[in-house]
Ligand binder design. Sequence first.
Ligand code: URA
Length: 440
Amino acid sequence: MLPQEIIRRKREGQKLSADEIKEFVTGVTNKSVTESQVAAFCMAVLFKKMVMDERVALTSAMAKSGMVMDWSKENLSGPVLDKHSTGGIGDKVSLMLAPIVAACGGFVPMLSGRGLGHTGGTLDKMDSIPGYQSQPDIALFKKVVRETGCAIIGTTPDLAPADKIVYAVRDVTATVESLDLITASSLSKKLAAGLQGLVMDVKFGSGAFMRRYNDAKALAESIVSVANGAGLPTVGLLTDMNQVLGRSAGNALEVMEAIEYMKDCNIDDKLHEVTIALTAELLVLGGIAKDIAEARQKIETVLKNGKAAECFARMVTALGGPADLMDKPEKYLKPAPFIKDFYPAQKDMVSALDLRAIGVGIIEMGGGRARPSDVIDLSVGLANVAQIGEEVGQGARPLATIHAKDEADFLNMSRVLINATRVAGEVNASGKLVRARISE
Ligand code: URA
C-alpha cells in the first residue's frame, strides 16, 4: 500500500493492520518513506491514537527494523538489564545506573536517544566526552558490554534504525507527546538490545511529556504491558518531573554532575532517591538482589568503594574517551564561554517551575536541535539550579548558574527563568519523587 494511504487511514481514525504498520516501518528503514511522510504519520497517530494491537505491532516492527541482539553466546556471568526514561530535564540517571548495575554484577547494553522535544537525551550527554564513540559497530558494543559490564550508545544502522529516523523527526515536529509513539520508541530500542529485565522511569509533571499524573500512569501501564507481552520482564516507576533532577541541565554539565555523584561527592538527595529506586528495581528483576533492601545495600557499597566509578571509567576508555576523565573532568568537559549566576530581583521561595519552558530555553541557547541535522552546543545549560521550596534572590541562593555562549543568551535565559518560576504561594512538590510502581 502507498505510504500516503496508510497515513490517510490513520488520519481518518481507522485501525491499521499489523501488515500495514510493518510495511510502513520497513519503508521508513529503507528510506522509501520520506521524512515528511514520517512526520504526517506521527501527527496522525498523535491525534487519532492507536489501539493496543496497533501499538504492539508498531513496537515490534520498530524493534525488528534492525538486528535483535542475542547475548546467549557471550557467556556473561550476570543478567542483561537496562532502564529507560520517558524523558525529562536534568535526567542523568542512566549515566550512574549503568555502571552501578555493572559493578553489582549485571550487564547493561544501553541504547539511548538524543534530546527529544524539550527534554535532554543521554546520547547527547555522552557525546560531550571527547573521543567517546557513541555509535560503535556491534562487535565493539558487545565487547565493551562483555568486558566492562556496560555500554551507553545510540541506535545505529544495525539496532532499531527505524526509531532513530522517527525519533529525529518527532523531535522537531511537535509529535513527541503521544502515548503510542513513546511506547514504541522506548521499547523498540530495549527489545532490540536483547534484555532480560527493564525498569521504566515514567515521568509526570511540568517537564515531562505527560504533564498529568493520570496520563503518565496510562503510559506506564502501556509500556509495562507491551514489554511484558513481548517477553521482557518490566517494572515501571512513576516519578515527579516538576523540577530539574539534580542540580544541572545541559549536556556536559550533567556529565560533570554524574561524575561527581559516582565519585561520591556532591550528591543531590532527589537525584539519589530516583537513581537508587530505579537501580534497586533492576537488581531485583535480574536476581542480583533478593529484595529492594538488599539491592539498596549493594548499590551503596559500590558507590562508596568506587566500583561504580571504575566501571564508568572503563566503559568510557573502552569506547575511545579519555582515561583520566574521572580524575580531571574539567579538562575534558568544555565550559561555556559566559558563565554567571542569575539572582531574581526579589528574595522569595520557589513554589513551582515550568520545566518545559526551561527545557525550550536550553534548546534556544543551542543545547538542543531545531532541525534533525543541527549540531548542538554541548557546553551550554544550567548548573546549581534551585529546587522547589528553596529561597532565591540577593542574600539567598541564585535561581541558577547560567552557562551560555554570550551575554545575550544569558539575558534571554534569565528572562525564561523568571517567567518559568513561580515564587511564594503554596509549594506543590510533595516530598517524595517516586510516586508509584507499576508491574503486571
Ligand atoms: N524516550 C524514547 O526513547 N522515546 C520517546 O519517545 C520518549 C522517551
